[in-house]
Design a protein around this ligand. Sequence first.
Ligand SMILES: [Zn+2]
Length: 432
Amino acid sequence: MYWESDKECMDREELEQLQLEQLQSTLNRVYSHVPFYRKQFDALGITPEDVGSLDDLARLPFTTKADLRDNYPYGLFAVPMREVVRIHASSGTTGAVTVVGYTRNDIRTWSNLVARILTAGGVTKDDVVQIAFGYGLFTGAFGLHYGAERIGASVIPASSGNTTRQIQIMKDFKTTALVSTPSYALLVGETMQEMGIPVSALSLRYGLFGAEPWSDAMRQEIEGRLGIVATDNYGLSEVIGPGVSGECQERQGLHINEDHFLVEVIDPEKLRPVPPGETGELVITSLTKEAFPMVRYRTHDLSSLLPGPCPCGRTGRRMSRVTGRTDDMLIIKGVNVFPSQIERVLFEIEGTEPHYQIVIDRKGAMDEATVLVEVGESIFFDQMRRQREMVDTIRKRLAHELGISVDVKLVEKKTLGRSEGKAKRVIDNRKL
Ligand SMILES: [Zn+2]
């Protein structure tokens, strides 16, 4: 099932021709309407006319979060405010708030791209879609909302929070698709269990999750607890919001909407493209946006481009699930550590709950990392011997995965805070 088969299954050569034309027109627009870009291009002695092939993209300067901040709030808009019909802002997980705008056309494009992703994830006009993202400046809720309406599904704008009410709605309104962060989906599953509501009491079939990195192990956990097919989708407000890429039901990577975005993967230090299949930082150029075009935006999200075609028939290249952010990377005892590595290990160990937190302290010159892991009651209240064995197993597996030793502490179920949006996995007490 496709939303726009002519675009999603486009011939590669035809697609690249389209991309080049759109890139040239985007560059012309930013060069003449956004002083920031003109200055950047002039400094490198490049004009839009110099870009004659897609390979020339690599000659253009990157745009960073700092550039967005420096041009706060409207400095990077490429149209006058009277043409802007919507303003959103980034969720600010990394501190800086950045503002983005949409023309009426941009909203139409956005809805259409999200409709593609929802369709790829199994959603049709017969579905009842519950949006459990927070409605507001964050693009997640509105993006999915408009996409689901575009398909003709029945949309429930439940917003985030109030999990018991959320579950009641899900049950009474016969919700068939849940849209949220993956960590919130886990909380929903856990709360259902506490309320004594079995999965069979719900009509849920699909889950479309995004806005934070998650692992395949976590996917299996969510699918098991909620009895659904869970797909991953990706986007960021600086580029458009959700709708950049999403998984089809093959779940072998996220199809990029390449007729609207050029995606590169670079080495975040050398700033050069990495070979296909290798992990690096995603860099995205928008091809069709009017109000807020983006040239080579450094997302800090880590992913790779996957080789080969997908059995579903879509021709858009696929990216791997985002495994983390370059700025989530922790340096513990001089070693690079990503929270997703810890998550992967914990999911493989029987008896642990899918909730954990990493606490880092510095004693003298030495880093000390402790991973707090929730365990089921049967283990927490069990004999010391079994607990010790479990701590030992986790410690060994983590040491193997991370290459450094960390402390492990088992905590009772529900000790660690639950998040209704993005999960807080790291507490870094070091003054670096
Ligand atoms: Zn596919």
